[in-house]
Design a protein around this ligand. Structure first.
Ligand code: GYE
Length: 350
């Protein structure tokens, strides 16, 4: 009898203890806010001002490639002008086409407490892993503009830029059409800077479609996005062989360099050799209108409004944006005629 009495006392003490709890009352744990995760698995470093952050709360560290082309100048103006219009604080860095400069600027911005968003126009598809990891550790929002990189989508909020492979496809289709009455279809390629996703993907896209009409790339070399270097490259191609029916140039400056070399060789661009460029800048239009350039595949440099809008979404913890926002682009042909092309040019900002 005595043992049963002791046991019942112990049981009741244990129950009371759990109800009342021996120790002091547990502090209520606030409900955990699930990290804002994009579809690419990127954990958004949501800003303190969320969900009501404004452009005036945004300080962007912008890492530009350099100033290698008309396209690049338009891209830079887009970021500077839109920042002023929106009231965004912009810290602009020109890497002068050196990747080591981009990496050190990225590190500087990671260490800069005033910077909450870092925007990168990547010179190369690799080489940023360390600074991307540092940005994550330092709570910096990272957005890629213009060019993609070979990095996991867990390392950046989104990429806003062109579908360069499709631009390559369009280029092949345009040259196929221009060469439809030509028995021979030998094409020389003046490619963009080695390592740049724009050059890699345009070349890939073109090669995916050139077989549609039996085109062959007989010579290929980089013109580093510039006129003088591309002129020298085209002159060397012509010295090697004049059995060339078309030029696939990765931007307008390279196309203009090729045109100059063709004319200096006593040949007529648009008649003896068809030249295609990419970007469709004002300079490109000038040569379309003269007929020296036969086709120009557009690449949109005016990306700043979309990039700042995406950055503000990220600051406010909005995880709905896809990991890639491709640009909408067209293409233009000298066959459209000078009047029509002049009318279009008059409506364009670059
Ligand atoms: O085609 C060229 C510039 O990345 C799309 O870079 C850009 C390219 C553009 O230098 O003109």
């Amino acid at each position: 009898m005595k043992f049963a009495k002791i046991l019942s006392v112990l049981v009741s003490v244990a129950f009371v203890a759990t109800m009342v709890g021996c120790g002091p009352a547990a502090t209520p744990v606030p409900p955990t806010t699930a990290p804002a995760l994009t579809s690419g698995g990127y954990v958004i470093p949501v800003a303190k001002c969320a969900p009501n952050c404004k452009y005036s709360d945004m300080t962007v560290g912008f890492i530009q490639t350099g100033s290698e082309s008309g396209w690049r100048a338009a891209n830079t103006s887009s970021f500077k002008e839109t920042a002023t219009q929106q009231g965004v604080t912009l810290k602009f860095y020109d890497a002068q086409n050196k990747i080591e400069n981009q990496v050190s600027a990225f590190h500087q911005f990671n260490q800069d407490p005033s910077v909450n968003v870092i925007v990168l126009a990547a010179l190369d598809v690799t080489g940023y892993d360390d600074v991307l990891a540092e940005a994550k550790a330092n709570g910096k929002i990272v957005i890629l503009e213009d060019r993609r990189i070979d990095a996991a989508p867990t390392t950046y909020y989104t990429y806003i830029g062109s579908d360069f492979i499709t631009e390559g496809h369009k280029s092949a289709a345009a040259l196929c059409d221009l060469l439809k009455n030509s028995a021979k279809k030998n094409v020389v390629e003046i490619s963009g800077a080695v390592g740049a996703s724009a050059a890699i993907d345009r070349a890939k896209g073109f090669r995916e479609k050139m077989g549609d009409c039996g085109m062959t790339i007989t010579q290929s070399q980089t013109g580093n996005w510039g006129v003088p270097e591309s002129k020298a490259v085209m002159a060397a191609f012509l010295k090697q062989s004049t059995d060339i029916q078309a030029v696939f140039a990765h931007n307008d400056e390279e196309a203009i360099g090729a045109i100059q070399a063709i004319e200096e060789a006593g040949l007529t661009p648009g008649k003896d050799i068809f030249v295609l460029g990419l970007d469709a800048t004002a300079d490109g239009f000038k040569y379309l209108i003269s007929g020296e350039l036969s086709a120009d595949v557009e690449c949109n440099p005016l990306l700043a409004p979309q990039v700042y809008e995406a950055a503000l979404k990220a600051m406010n913890g909005d995880a709905t944006l896809p990991t890639w926002v491709p640009s909408q682009e067209g293409q233009f042909f000298s066959a459209q005629g000078p009047d029509a092309l002049k009318a279009i040019l008059a409506t364009r900002k670059y």
